[in-house]
Design a protein around this ligand. Structure first.
Ligand SMILES: [Zn+2]
Length: 254
C-alpha cells in the first residue's frame, strides 16, 4: 500500500500534465490558425484583392517602384485662399477650388499609400517646400467655373532636369486622360503654371509638375461626384513616372 501510493500519484500527475499540454497545444493551434487567417486577410487587402470602393474602383496593390518612395502632393490653395470660386446667379458661393483640390488630393494620397509610397500632402505655401527632396511632387489645381472641359499640366520652364520632367508630363497626359476620359486642354497653360512658385522653392533635382485637373464649370460632375476617378488619374500618373524611373535606374546599372 505504502509503496503503491507514490506511484499512483505520479501516474495521475503525469496524466494531468499530458491533459494540460494537450489543451495548450490546442489553444496554440487555434491562435496560429487565427493569426494565419489575419495575415492572409491583410496580404490580400494590400495586394489589391479587396472589394472595389464606392466608385467601383479596385484599390491598388503594392507597387515595387513606389515602395517606400517619398511623394508630395500640393493641395492647391490650401492654407492660403479659395482659388477659383463658383457662384450662383445671386452671388452665393456654390463651390470653391480649394475644397475640390483637397478632396482629390486626399483620395490620391490614400491610393498611393496603398501602393507602399510615403505620401505627404502640402499646403500651397507649405514651409516644407523649401529645398524639398522627394521622388516626385505634383501640385493639384482645378480651373475656373467657365463652361469649358479638359485638363493640362506644366513643368518648370527653367528646370535643370528637363528630360525627367518631360517624362513626368508624358505620364500625366497619358494616365490622367485614361482614368478620367477628359480631353487635353492645351491652350490655357499660363506663365503661372510654367513659373509656378513651388518649382523655385523645391530642390532643383526634384521632379515636379502642376496639374489643372479640369474645369469647375464643364467638368464639375467628374471633379465633385466622381472625384475618385480624378484621384486615380493622379495616382496612376505618379506610378507611371516612378515605374519609368526605376526602369531607367536598372538600365544604367546594367
Ligand atoms: Zn488653382
Amino acid at each position: 500500500m505504502f509503496c503503491h501510493a507514490p506511484f499512483m500519484w505520479r501516474r495521475e500527475f503525469r496524466f494531468m500534465r499530458y491533459d494540460a499540454l494537450k489543451r495548450a497545444s490546442q489553444i496554440f493551434l487555434i491562435v496560429l490558425l487565427l493569426s494565419a487567417a489575419g495575415i492572409a486577410l491583410i496580404l490580400a487587402q494590400t495586394l489589391g484583392f479587396g472589394r472595389p470602393d464606392g466608385d467601383g474602383l479596385r484599390p491598388p496593390g503594392i507597387v515595387a517602384a513606389a515602395w517606400n518612395r517619398d511623394v508630395a502632393l500640393i493641395s492647391g490653395h490650401a492654407g492660403y485662399d479659395s482659388g477659383a470660386v463658383c457662384e450662383d446667379v445671386d452671388g452665393a458661393v456654390m463651390l470653391t477650388e480649394v475644397e475640390v483640390n483637397a478632396q482629390i488630393a486626399g483620395l490620391a494620397a490614400e491610393r498611393l499609400r496603398r501602393t507602399g509610397a510615403s505620401v505627404m500632402i502640402l499646403d500651397e505655401y507649405d514651409a516644407r517646400l523649401q529645398g524639398l527632396r522627394v521622388a516626385v511632387l505634383l501640385s493639384l489645381h482645378v480651373d475656373s467655373c467657365i463652361d469649358a472641359s479638359g485638363f493640362k499640366a506644366a513643368v518648370h520652364r527653367y528646370s535643370i532636369i528637363p528630360e525627367t520632367n518631360r517624362r513626368l508630363l508624358d505620364c500625366i497626359n497619358t494616365a490622367y486622360a485614361a482614368a478620367t476620359g477628359l480631353p487635353y486642354h492645351p491652350n490655357t497653360v499660363t506663365h503661372n503654371m510654367t513659373e509656378y512658385h513651388a518649382f523655385r522653392r523645391i530642390a532643383p533635382t526634384t521632379p515636379a509638375a502642376i496639374l489643372e485637373m479640369g474645369f469647375l464649370g464643364g467638368d464639375r460632375a467628374l471633379l465633385t461626384e466622381q472625384s475618385a476617378l480624378a484621384a486615380k488619374g493622379v495616382s496612376d500618373a505618379i506610378l507611371c513616372f516612378l515605374e519609368g524611373e526605376k526602369d531607367r535606374v536598372n538600365e544604367r546599372s546594367r
